[in-house]
Design a protein around this ligand. Structure first.
Ligand SMILES: [Fe+2]
Length: 347
């Protein structure tokens, strides 16, 4: 599975693509950077087709993600994710899931939010939670396929993956709560839609006036969502409180102590972690160990004390090294996952 974070096509690895399931969507082939229709949805895809493609050096087919096919893919996703790992490798499942949720995340953040889009986000987070709850290899595999660019969509989705992982690691087990955590995490920065674009991409520090605008995005987010749909209070609290800190130093309200909900603090921590470990045009990404060390200091007294140690141990999940064959994954998470360096953080 190869991910394409730049447009609306998802790559399917031919070696892991089954031929006995109808994909119910058109298949494309990539030729000189262009996506060309290879097989219409109504036609079967046979083992002989696969062999022929592999022999001619093609390793991927592509599925276009559009509004209608999103729905088809979503239905198909549940079937694919429930296949045994021997039939569809965890990395392939994770790649497909990540790309699919990315499609819906884009629609939720880029367009105007509607009740229907929010229902799709909720549905897709539900599929993700089901998969994560069922499979022990799901989180490590998702960590391996995550993109680390500087797009707002990638950031929102990564925050959701980390938040679900950390929440589950800390003992949140019921499906509904995890679903709320995931939806809130994906939508945590939706209020930035009202922040001027040049401010969001500004390379230098924000001026005091610009900061005054930026600090309103949690409240704008709750406003936008409250108008679009009836979201649960714990979802809205994530959007409203993800910049609040226990010592009152956060914004927009300077809330303290128990007034800040645990889910909002989980999102606060992983929001900072993902921002540190993803590159920006003007700043190199930090390695996970460095980011966690910094967070341990910076978040002291500001978030629940169980959270930073929880993140360190969740990222050091013992199942992860099994899946660390992928070079890309090792490059990003290897120092946390593969060498026991969480001990050095003394958490
Ligand atoms: Fe934010």
């Amino acid at each position: 599975m190869i991910l394409n974070g730049e447009n609306d096509y998802v790559a399917l690895d031919l070696r892991s693509l089954r031929t006995d399931l109808s994909l119910t969507c058109d298949l494309y082939i990539k030729e000189e950077g262009q996506y060309v229709l290879y097989r219409e949805a109504s036609l079967p895809f046979t083992p002989a087709d696969r062999e022929r493609l592999l022999e001619s050096g093609v390793s991927n087919l592509w599925v276009r993600i559009s509004v209608d096919e999103d729905v088809l893919l979503q239905q198909h996703l549940t079937v694919l994710l429930s296949l045994p790992d021997e039939e569809m490798p965890p990395l392939a499942k994770a790649g497909l899931l990540y790309s699919s949720v990315m499609g819906i995340t884009r629609r939720a953040i880029a367009g105007s939010l509607s009740k229907e889009i929010l229902a799709d986000v909720d549905e897709m987070v539900g599929v993700t939670v089901d998969y994560l709850t069922r499979s022990q290899t799901a989180f490590p595999a998702l960590l391996c396929v995550m993109l680390h660019d500087f797009s707002v969509y990638t950031h929102s989705l990564n925050v959701a993956v980390y938040a679900l992982g950390l929440g589950k690691f800390l003992g949140v087990t019921d499906h509904q709560s995890l679903r709320h955590l995931g939806v809130g995490a994906i939508l945590h920065d939706v209020g930035k839609a009202r922040v001027p674009k040049d401010m969001l991409s500004k390379r230098g520090k924000l001026s005091p006036e610009e900061w005054a605008i930026m600090r309103q995005h949690p409240e704008w987010g709750t406003e936008i969502l409250s108008t679009a749909a009836d979201l649960e209070d714990d979802v809205l609290a994530i959007i409203a409180q993800h910049h609040e800190r226990l010592d009152g130093s956060g914004y927009p309200r300077g809330l303290t102590g128990e007034k800040i909900q645990m889910f909002a603090m989980i999102v606060a921590l992983v929001d900072a972690y993902d921002a540190m470990t993803c590159g920006r045009p003007y700043r190199k990404a930090r390695m996970p160990f460095d980011a966690l060390s910094l967070l341990k200091t910076e978040m002291h007294g500001k978030l629940d004390p169980a959270l930073v140690p929880g993140l360190v141990h969740f990222l050091g999940d013992p199942f992860a090294p099994v899946l660390l064959e992928s070079e890309r994954c090792c490059q990003h998470h290897g120092d946390v996952l593969a060498d026991g360096s969480q001990d050095q953080l003394q958490v």
